[in-house]
Design a protein around this ligand. Structure first.
Ligand SMILES: C[S@@+](CC[C@H](N)C(=O)[O-])C[C@H]1O[C@@H](n2cnc3c(N)ncnc32)[C@H](O)[C@@H]1O
Length: 232
């Protein structure tokens, strides 16, 4: 991409990762870059995908896979999945590849599109990714996710919402760091009626939600709300 046309999310996340790598040992920096609790959160994300219907042999795209929290948990689980991880920062992808199955594919991709042909994916997930985008950017992503999913395929993504009391602190903290220009990356909120509207406009089925404090069977709460949206 030409200088001057770099998207806010690429500029912010590249800077965030490079700052962390200067401040911490590599493993710590790579865990902090995706929000920490590397193994625990990876396992919760996998539990959510299983709950949403992820099964052996499926084609899964993990958008904004970061340093591989999910890829690493999925590898350890032994479930064989045709996995593609995308991200906008090469250092994160390299770390994810080192920590997961050699059969997994990783791709640097900085556009709001899914690098897969039409109707080829069974599931697409985006954990803690759309929180870093504006609404119109998320809508464009969802539109292309719909294109890449097979009929019956599912999109699973996490989000912050004002209805969740524990998310208020994140909003307030974001506002303060924004004022002092120390915000590492945007923290956007999306409300459920907005996700319902986008799903309807894009031809998805009505979304099913998991609250931020709710755990799927045998797991722990993620801390962000989750939407599961099926393509009819
Ligand atoms: C909080 S981390 C979460 C990483 C991973 N999904 C997880 O749960 O461990 C956010 C990730 O989103 C990536 N990201 C930010 N904007 C993105 C975009 N527009 N497309 C794809 N990835 C993006 C960042 O580089 C970062 O790896």
């Amino acid at each position: 991409m030409e200088a001057g046309l770099v998207s806010h999310y690429v500029r912010d996340y590249e800077r965030h990762v490079s700052t962390l790598l200067k401040m911490y040992p590599p493993d710590e920096a790579m865990a902090l870059a995706v929000g920490g609790r590397y193994e625990a959160v990876g396992q919760i994300e996998l539990d959510i995908l299983r709950h949403a219907g992820l099964r052996e042999g499926m084609a899964l795209a993990d958008i904004g896979c970061g340093s591989g929290r999910l890829a690493s948990a999925l590898s350890k689980s032994g479930m064989e999945v045709d996995y593609l991880g995308t991200d906008i920062v090469q250092e994160l992808l390299d770390y994810a590849a080192q920590n997961s199955s050699s059969a997994y594919k990783f791709k640097l991709h900085q556009e709001l599109t899914i690098p897969a042909p039409d109707e080829t994916l069974d599931m697409i997930c985006a954990f803690s990714v759309l929180i870093h985008l504006n609404h119109h950017e998320t809508f464009l992503y969802m539109k292309d996710m719909c294109r890449a999913l097979k009929p019956g395929g599912k999109l699973v993504f996490s989000f912050f919402e004002f209805a969740e009391e524990s998310h208020w602190e994140i909003f307030e903290q974001t506002a303060i760091t924004y004022r002092y220009k120390t915000l590492p990356a945007l923290n956007a909120f999306i409300e459920r009626p907005v996700i319902e509207l986008w799903s309807q406009k894009l031809g998805f089925d009505p979304p099913v939600f998991i609250a931020a404090t709710e755990a799927v069977k045998g797991s722990q709460p993620l801390g962000q709300a989750v939407a599961i949206v099926a393509k009819p």
